[in-house]
Design a protein around this ligand. Sequence first.
Ligand code: FMN
Length: 170
Amino acid sequence: MSTLAILGSSSPDGNTCALARAVTSTCSGKLLDLSDYDVTPWDYLARNAGDDFFHLAREMAAATDIIFCTPVYWYAMSAQLKTFIDRFSDLITRNKEIGRSLAGKRTWLIATGSDETLPEGFEIPFALTSQYFQMHYSGALYGQTTDAGLLPIALEQAKVFAGRIVNKQT
Ligand SMILES: Cc1cc2nc3c(=O)[nH]c(=O)nc-3n(C[C@H](O)[C@H](O)[C@H](O)COP(=O)(O)O)c2cc1C
């Protein structure tokens, strides 16, 4: 049983990272920041087959729970996370074995934004992409932020969220 959190943010030490850390430190999860890796956009000609995407895909294959972590940028997930998820197309074409190995895993979402709630429909790409790979999308933690950072309640909610992940694992 292991939890892998994948962070896509323009701020390596920003609000989304802080919320993701609060969760992974409580559930003993591993946090990977996409900005530490070379993940380039989907290429029909596979000229990027040697970048870091397959390394990260194998990390996902080794986990039982995968948490996608993103700020809300213009009502949507970050470009970094979207670029990563676009590469899932490699898992239905060039490395189907890893793609098939995702079946049965649980997926989760951690997001932060300055609005009170997540924009309508924000979770849909995560839920449907999970469904496509026969993973079980299990819910989101949303942390509201101000110029001073995350609202303190978000860190409390992070503990509850981490508890949900751990409880599902037992
Ligand atoms: C380019 C940009 C676009 C943003 N768009 C939204 C938005 O549509 N809705 C929202 O609630 N917050 C929006 N925000 C606020 C961020 O989501 C918020 O500050 C978040 O916590 C930043 O996380 P980070 O520190 O990981 O980048 C935006 C911020 C930036 C920089």
